[in-house]
Design a protein around this ligand. Structure first.
Ligand code: ACO
Length: 312
C-alpha cells in the first residue's frame, strides 16, 4: 500500500518581547505609517539575548508533541530549517534532539532561507513515502533579528523571531499531495548575509518584484500539476514577508483574501519559521478543518522557492 505523510499536529513559540513600529521610530528614521503601508507589519517578537533558535524550537516542539499525544522517542527523524543556528555544529536539530531526550531519531539542519520549511517538508515527506521513517518532527526556527543592522532602516523593520513545529506521520491516505522546490543562484547577491559582516543585506525592490512573479507562477503551476483550480483551495498559507507581496500573489491567481492566513502584521518576517507559525496560528484558532485543501508557498534568499499542497 502506497504511504503518504500527514501533518498530525502543530506547535509554535514566540518570544515575550514585542517591538512595535513606534519603538522603531526611536531607533531609525522611519514611521509607523511607512512600515504599515509598505509591509503590513505592526509589531514583531524579539528573542532575548539568552534565548536561542534551539530554545524556541524546543518550546514549539513540546506543544506539537503534546497535541499529537506522541512521546519524544516516537519520533524517528528531526529536520530543522534555520539560517540562525545556535552553534556552527552540532546542528540545531541535534541540539533539539538532546533537549527532547530523544535517542531514536536521526537529526539534521537544512538551510533554504525563507523557503526552509517547505524544503524540510519535502525531505520529510520523501523519507516517509519511502517507508524509512514513520514520525518526523519538522521545525522552522529563527533568531533572525540577530542578523540585523539596527541602524539600517531598509532591513531592521522587516524581521522578527520565533519557531513553529509540525509532526508528520505515515498514513495510507494523503496528506501531502505534492511538493515543488526550486532555486537559482544567479540572484545570490540580492539578499544575503556574508560571513565577514553577519548582517542582512538586501535589494528590497528587486526581491519584491521577483518574489511576486515567482510565487504567482509557482502557485499556478502547483494547481495545474495537480489538476486543480484555485476554487479547490481552502487556505493559502504563504511565507509571511510582506502583506503586499502576499496580496499581489493572491491577485495573480484570483484567490479571495478571506482564504489567506496572514500573520505578518504581528510576527514580521520570521524566515523559515513563518509558515509553521502561521499554520499553528490557523490551527489553534480552529480556522482549518479536517480535509481542507491547503497550499503553502515560500520564496527566499538564493533565490529559493517552494510549494506544498496538502489535504489536512
Ligand atoms: N522607513 C522609511 N523609509 C524607508 C524605510 C523605512 N523603514 N526603508 C526604506 N525607506 C525609504 C528608502 O530609503 C527610499 O527612499 P528614497 O526614495 O529617498 O531613496 C524609499 O523608502 C523607497 O524605498 P524602496 O526600497 O523603493 O521601497 P519599497 O516600496 O520597495 O519598499 C520594502 C521597501 C518594504 C523593503 C520592499 O521592497 C519589500 O518588502 N521587499 C521585499 C523584501 C523582503 O521581503 N525581504 C525578505 C526576505 S525575502 C522574502 O522573504 C520574500
Amino acid at each position: 500500500m502506497q504511504k503518504y505523510s500527514r501533518i498530525i499536529s502543530t506547535g509554535s513559540y514566540l518570544p515575550q518581547k514585542i517591538l512595535t513600529n513606534k519603538d522603531l521610530e526611536n531607533m531609525v528614521d522611519t514611521s509607523h505609517e511607512w512600515i504599515i503601508e509598505r509591509t503590513g507589519i505592526e509589531s514583531r517578537h524579539i528573542a532575548s539575548e539568552c534565548e536561542s533558535s534551539v530554545d524556541m524550537a524546543y518550546n514549539a516542539s513540546l506543544i506539537a508533541m503534546k497535541n499529537a499525544g506522541l512521546n519524544s522517542n516516537d519520533i524517528d527523524m528531526i529536520v530543522v530549517a534555520t539560517t540562525t543556528p545556535e552553534r556552527k555544529f552540532p546542528s540545531t536539530a541535534v541540539l533539539l534532539q538532546n533537549r527532547l531526550k530523544n535517542n531514536s531519531a536521526f537529526a539534521f539542519d537544512l538551510n533554504a532561507a525563507c523557503t526552509g520549511f517547505i524544503y524540510a517538508l519535502d525531505v520529510a515527506d520523501t523519507y516517509i513515502k519511502n517507508e524509512v521513517v514513520n514520525n518526523v518532527l519538522v521545525v522552522g526556527t529563527e533568531k533572525i533579528t540577530s542578523l540585523l543592522d539596527w541602524s539600517d532602516r531598509n532591513t531592521c523593520v522587516l524581521f522578527g523571531d520565533g519557531a513553529g513545529a509540525a509532526l508528520l506521520s505515515s498514513s495510507e491516505i494523503p496528506g501531502i499531495i505534492s511538493n515543488t522546490i526550486g532555486s537559482d543562484g544567479t540572484y545570490k547577491d540580492l539578499l544575503t548575509v556574508n560571513t565577514d559582516r553577519e548582517v542582512i543585506e538586501m535589494s528590497g525592490n528587486d526581491v519584491f518584484k521577483i518574489a511576486v512573479n515567482t510565487m504567482g507562477k509557482l502557485a499556478s503551476e502547483t494547481l495545474a500539476k495537480n489538476n486543480m483550480t484555485v476554487e479547490s483551495i481552502d487556505w493559502l498559507i504563504p511565507h509571511q514577508a510582506n502583506s503586499r507581496i502576499i496580496n499581489a500573489v493572491a491577485r495573480k491567481i484570483n484567490l479571495p483574501e478571506e482564504k489567506i492566513i496572514m500573520t505578518v502584521k504581528t510576527h514580521g518576517n520570521t524566515s523559515a519559521a513563518s509558515i509553521p507559525l502561521a499554520l499553528d496560528h490557523a490551527n489553534s484558532n480552529n480556522l482549518i478543518k479536517k480535509n481542507d485543501i491547503i497550499m503553502f508557498e515560500a520564496f527566499g534568499a538564493g533565490f529559493t522557492w517552494g510549494s506544498t499542497l496538502l489535504k489536512y
